[in-house]
Design a protein around this ligand. Structure first.
Ligand code: SF4
Length: 353
């Protein structure tokens, strides 16, 4: 099997020597349930000799995915609870998600929308559904930002992207358009002048939130793709998921955040893994996550600090769950912890407490 076209089945993964043949049956059972895709760029990063390879762990199915825990949910962040029309999620007053596509170039084994994306997922909205989605955005003047997600919106052709951007250009109250994507890392060859022109064609502020979880994903090709975006005035921020066995150690996390900043991508969100079905092997405790994030303070530049967030199950939005470094004390005083964990007294307003 050539990896040139990407790997889309358990047999493809075995043929490409990314997993041993004796694991085929177990992986095939997972692939019947959840979509599989590994792009050539990601396949090239996998070290088949390393059973703990952090890239393989993100994309190669694991029989552990068939263990569904009672607390896990098909819609862990509550998209459906906030979907007024197909393709739109309106969770916060000033912004909406626009899901124009439900396919991805890779299928992450920890995906929070794994029941919605892939060949057996929600599919692409019909032209009528898309008309209704844009009519909803146009009718709600409080919508300041449209976030294209899915699925990965940058799998769309340049022509389709330009059409979407033209429709957004015609809605004056939308000032910001954001793309959530893995493409610059997993399929960097798609980022070219034509795609950049399509993104910019709406005439709005365009942000690209890049999803990457391990510093090895920021290859030279990925960095070149990001350079093309940033040099053309597209602002980039990062999104990562804190994943057991991928990036749950201080060195890897620090290297990932530094890699983003070196590529002119501002670290934005570090997500606690969602309660997606069959993903418990990726989840660490919130206390473990807080300790890792606190360990970034002082260790690496303030530019490299992401916000550690949890999407509250049920659709209640994001909460900042980083451990607080300040706590109230008696008589209006506060105790403030420095990056070494040492506590310092801060006085109340108006003098000494
Ligand atoms: S790219 Fe995003 S939506 Fe697609 S499989 Fe990965 S986490 Fe899920």
């Amino acid at each position: 099997m050539s990896v040139d076209r990407g790997l889309k089945s358990a047999a493809d993964l075995v043929d490409a020597a990314l997993v041993p043949a004796e694991r085929l049956a177990g992986i095939a059972r997972v692939a019947e349930r959840y979509a599989v895709a590994v792009t050539p760029a990601m396949a090239a990063l996998i070290d088949p000799a390393d059973p703990a390879d952090p890239i393989a762990r993100q994309f190669v199915p694991d029989p552990a995915e068939l263990a569904i825990l009672p607390e896990e949910r098909a819609d862990p962040i509550g998209d459906f609870a906030h979907s007024p029309v197909e393709g739109i999620v309106h969770r916060y007053p000033d912004r909406v998600l626009l899901k124009a596509v439900h396919v991805c170039p890779v299928y992450c084994r920890f995906c929070f929308r794994r029941e919605m994306v892939g060949p057996a997922g929600l599919g692409t909205p019909s032209p009528q559904a898309l008309d209704d989605a844009f009519a909803y955005i146009a009718a709600h003047e409080e919508i300041w930002e449209v976030i294209l997600t899915g699925g990965d919106p940058l799998v769309l052709s340049v022509r389709r992207l330009a059409e979407l951007m033209a429709r957004l250009a015609g809605i004056a109250h939308v000032k910001v358009v954001r793309f959530h994507t893995r493409i610059p890392v997993v399929e960097p060859e798609r980022i070219d002048a034509g795609l950049v022109a399509a993104l910019k064609s709406c005439g709005k502020a365009v942000y690209v939130a890049l999803h990457a979880n391990h510093p090895r994903e920021l290859t030279s090709a990925a960095r070149d793709a990001c350079t093309l975006l940033v040099d053309n005035g597209i602002v980039m921020v990062s999104q990562s998921v804190l994943l057991k066995g991928v990036n749950d150690d201080p060195e890897t996390l620090a290297a990932l955040m530094r890699a983003f900043v070196e590529a002119r991508i501002k670290p934005y969100y570090l997500h606690h893994p969602d309660l997606a079905p069959g993903t418990s092997h990726f989840r660490l405790s919130i206390a473990e996550g807080q300790a890792l994030v606190a360990g970034l303070r002082g260790r690496i530049s303030g530019l490299c600090q992401p916000t550690y967030v949890l999407d509250i199950p049920g659709g209640h939005g994001k909460a900042d769950i980083g451990a607080s470094s300040i706590r109230p004390m008696e008589e209006g005083c506060y105790s403030v912890a420095d990056y070494r964990g040492e506590e310092h007294r801060y006085p109340p307003v108006g003098g000494e407490g």
